[in-house]
Design a protein around this ligand. Sequence first.
Ligand code: 3EB
Length: 339
Amino acid sequence: MTGVGHGLHRFLSGAALAGGALDPALLGLSWIGLAGPTALPQSLPCQQLHAPCLLGEAVEAWTGAGPTLAGSRHGVRYRHDGGLLFGVIEVAEDVFVLGDDGSPVLQRAAQQAYEAVFRLLGEEGYPHLWRIWNYLPHINRETDGLERYRQFNIGRHCAFEAAGRLVMDSIPAASALGVSDGPLSVAFLAGRTPTRSIENPRQLSAFRYPADYGPCSPTFSRAALGRYAGAEWLFVSGTASIVGHQSMHPGDPEAQTRELLANLDALLAEASRCSAGPAYRLPELSARVYVRHPEHLAPVQAELARGLGGTAQRVYLQADVCRADLLVEVEAQACHLLS
Ligand code: 3EB
């Protein structure tokens, strides 16, 4: 049996949250909007995406299988249910200065954020990262002599390397997007059991990108499969119009959307090969869709409606994809109950 919108992930309206008592199994929230969440308890980790919501529900809830415990350590706010942990760390860049070795400020902030996450995961006994969401302002802007996404990649890479986590099968699914404002924000799901990471046969693995895209390649896998509370979860990383390592169809949001759909299709085939259960299909993907220019919403939405179909929920927001020539990116998840 397959389904979406149940268990671990679901979309909520802001109003739905404001009303009743919070579900004790709630692990945390992702909150899209320039205005931050109001009236949420401090003990509920919430990642604010400082980005305009263009279409759909602006809140995504991550819910565990039972009552959750909250904690806050090393700057990470987290909640866990004994099997899965959701955490958020925000790092303000203005407390950092250029390193003695010339290392840029955002690189240092990213490295520190990831070091804090790894420390917490070690202490709490959730060694396996399942899924990471990274947001930073002005991702395509150059500061300290290097594009900010490239700075971020160095800091992330160094932290993974120092923690002994640059091991092929333990690189998590991720997204990294530019938002309009706010601190560097990293949210993650971590488990007590490992995921199976999946690469896309149409795309060069991001951790193998050539140096044209920056001094350190991005540390993420194209997707991950994890088992939790009687279900198998597929986490699909941010997926864009990249074939091999090259951006395709510059300036054409429709063609880019069709290309990323072909990437999703190939990735689901690969995930299905690795799964014990039935095949994963495009219509069952619930998704977060990042559109660089709000005027591209309608064409992107039309292509995705055609390509994905289905009744799964999707939210569209305005954000900057990490390469300046990419106009749209889609991340997704799906859940199959294990029999
Ligand atoms: C790409 O495929 C597009 O740096 O964590 C997608 C997903 C992208 C994750 C990341 C970047 C990241 O290279 C960008």
